[in-house]
Ligand binder design. Structure first.
Ligand SMILES: C[S@@+](CC[C@H](N)C(=O)[O-])C[C@H]1O[C@@H](n2cnc3c(N)ncnc32)[C@H](O)[C@@H]1O
Length: 282
């Protein structure tokens, strides 16, 4: 892709930038006009379900169809966030250049109940990709598995589960991350999504970035982020997050990942055995 050096960069190491606040489609124009091809486009629009407003279903359908069309034009990998009941129908309108790789679920147990009945505990993220787009499940294997990979004795590559469990950052949870944005995603969730489809120095385009979780992960993991939000207040938060000190975050995320993803009881965490439910993979 075209070097980002010619673009206005806003963080101190010249890797990440927040565009002047503009509509999502003019942010796509900005990227395309420069011939950029970010490895990943992250789409986390408002959900047509309350916060952010509710528009006529047909209008939202048209908006999502255009978002998908634009994102698939610029990136081999696209993630689209939403609630399952909203996103379900869009599985049928994925542009022909991409296929549905996975229906991912972010599962959180700590949503405070405000209504009687089922308490919402999940969000959906559709992963779309071009057929040859590279993926990196090896980013999620533990030290023993890495050793076996190097020795050529790893029998299959166990990818991370398609259900990502991580609490909502709310109340006392995730205090260090909280920005006040009403739909902020946890770094731990974006970390997995981003590392599954990118390597160091790859670029992620997030044209509706909200608080800039994408930028935070880019700083932690050595990726590049191009972000935009139509709301100047949120764009400023995203820009501020780029300047934060993320020392120790990668190590903490890795430790958390190893403990969770092995699915193994504590005593077995250092075991070389793969957990039984990984056996069906590959
Ligand atoms: C669900 S939030 C994104 C949250 C983000 N992923 C995070 O972790 O903080 C959606 C964002 O889209 C922005 N947005 C809504 N309509 C937009 C538009 N037409 N163009 C650009 N951004 C828009 C909103 O201001 C909001 O911050």
């Amino acid at each position: 892709m075209t070097a980002l050096a010619r673009t206005p960069v806003l963080d101190e190491d010249d890797s990440n930038l927040v565009l002047d606040p503009q509509d999502v489609f003019s942010a796509f124009d900005w990227v395309e006009a420069r011939g950029l091809r970010p490895e990943l486009t992250m789409l986390d629009p408002w959900y047509n379900k309350g916060v952010g407003g509710v528009v006529d279903e047909a209008e939202y359908d048209r908006f999502i169809a255009e978002l998908l069309e634009r994102a698939c034009r610029v990136s081999p990998h696209v993630y689209l966030w939403g609630f399952p009941e909203i996103l379900g129908p869009y599985v049928r309108c994925i542009p022909g250049s991409h296929r549905l790789v996975a229906w991912l679920t972010w599962y959180y147990k700590n949503n405070p109940s405000v209504i009687r009945g089922w308490r919402s505990a999940q969000m959906t993220c559709l992963h779309l990709a071009e057929p040859d787009a590279p993926m990196y499940p090896q980013h999620f294997i533990n030290a023993a598995q890495k050793q076996r990979l190097e020795d050529g004795t790893l029998r299959y590559m166990p990818g991370p589960p398609s259900v990502i469990e991580s609490p909502l950052i709310i109340g006392f949870i995730g205090k260090k991350e909280q920005t006040g944005h009403p739909a902020q995603k946890p770094v731990a969730v974006y970390d997995k999504l981003i590392r599954m489809v990118t390597v160091e120095s790859d670029t992620i385009f997030d044209p509706m970035c909200g608080s800039g979780t994408t930028g935070a992960v880019a700083k932690i993991r050595g990726r590049r982020a191009i972000m935009n939000d139509v709301n100047p207040e949120y764009a400023a938060i995203a820009q501020r997050r780029l300047g934060e000190d993320y020392t120790g975050w990668a190590e903490r995320l890795d430790a958390e990942l190893n403990n969770r993803e092995t699915g193994a009881p504590k005593a077995r965490r250092t075991s070389q055995d793969l957990p039984p439910d990984d056996i069906s993979v590959g």
